[in-house]
Ligand binder design. Structure first.
Ligand code: AP5
Length: 216
């Protein structure tokens, strides 16, 4: 299974990425985690990107693309799929990831879109700030990250919809229910992903199916 996630800050990319990775036994490639690790180790790359992360701005496309290229090559060498968390963030990255993956015969089977309201996202990230002290979890920077999401990231959802690989999930529900809905959808698609070409598929919108997943 090869999955990439498109979702605003706080929607649960990290949380659900770990669930998907464990379920399918695939690597969880989280660009934010990789970048924060460089910052913590004070590598040259970490020093170069630190201010971008602290301000809530995107780091240059080439930096994250190199990371993702390495991760996909390693997944290919190990014969696994992947779950990509935090990339792509704009249409340039979306096209570049597609080209890199295509050259490896590893394009995503599913683009998973997690939908949630801004007020809830801000609440979650401020709650996390009290526990984890991430440098970009101040209210001002959270609002900057959200604005950037709406401006440059959310528009790429449409691109995946047109490609027929989009699965949309309501991420406002509790963690376990969101996870159950994602895994149910991915398991249902598993037999199809290698058999039905993208152009013959249709986007899947599960955001109105609360009752079917125990919300009734
Ligand atoms: P990144 O680490 O990707 O941060 P983000 O997109 O802002 O997302 P978060 O990690 O804050 O949230 P999440 O969606 O993963 O949610 P989580 O599961 O953690 O990127 C950080 C920075 O790196 C960027 O700002 C940028 O500078 C740079 N960067 C990264 N990728 C880049 C790229 N491709 N190009 C350029 N720059 C890039 O959950 C959040 C909280 O909510 C947790 O406390 C969790 O427990 C809780 N929670 C999760 N789900 C639920 C739920 N259903 N109900 C209640 N609480 C929940």
């Amino acid at each position: 299974m090869r999955v990439l996630m498109v979702a605003p800050p706080g929607a649960g990319k990290g949380t659900q990425g770990a669930v998907i990775a464990a379920h399918f036994d695939i690597p969880h490639v989280a660009t934010g985690d990789l970048l924060r690790d460089h910052v913590a180790r004070q590598t040259p790359l970490g020093r170069a990107v630190r201010e971008h992360l602290d301000r809530g701005d995107l780091v240059p496309d080439e930096i994250v693309l190199d990371m993702v290229r390495d991760a996909l090559m390693s997944a290919k060498a190990n014969g696994t799929g992947y779950v990509l968390d935090g990339m792509p963030r704009n249409i340039t990255q979306a096209r570049a990831v597609y080209q890199v993956a295509k050259a490896l015969d590893m394009t995503a089977n599913v683009a998973l879109h997690l939908k949630a309201d801004d007020d809830e996202l801000i609440r979650r990230l401020l709650a996390r700030a009290a526990l984890e002290h991430r440098a970009d979890d101040t209210e001002e920077v959270i609002r900057r990250r959200l604005a950037l999401y709406h401006e440059v990231t959310h528009p790429i959802v449409r691109w995946y919809e047109e490609r027929g690989i989009l699965v949309s999930v309501d991420a406002m529900r509790p963690v376990e229910r969101v996870g159950r809905q994602i895994l149910t959808a991915l398991e249902a698609m598993r037999p199809l992903v290698d058999l039905v070409p993208e152009h013959a598929r249709r986007p899947v919108d599960l955001t109105g199916l609360g009752a079917a997943f125990g919300d009734g």
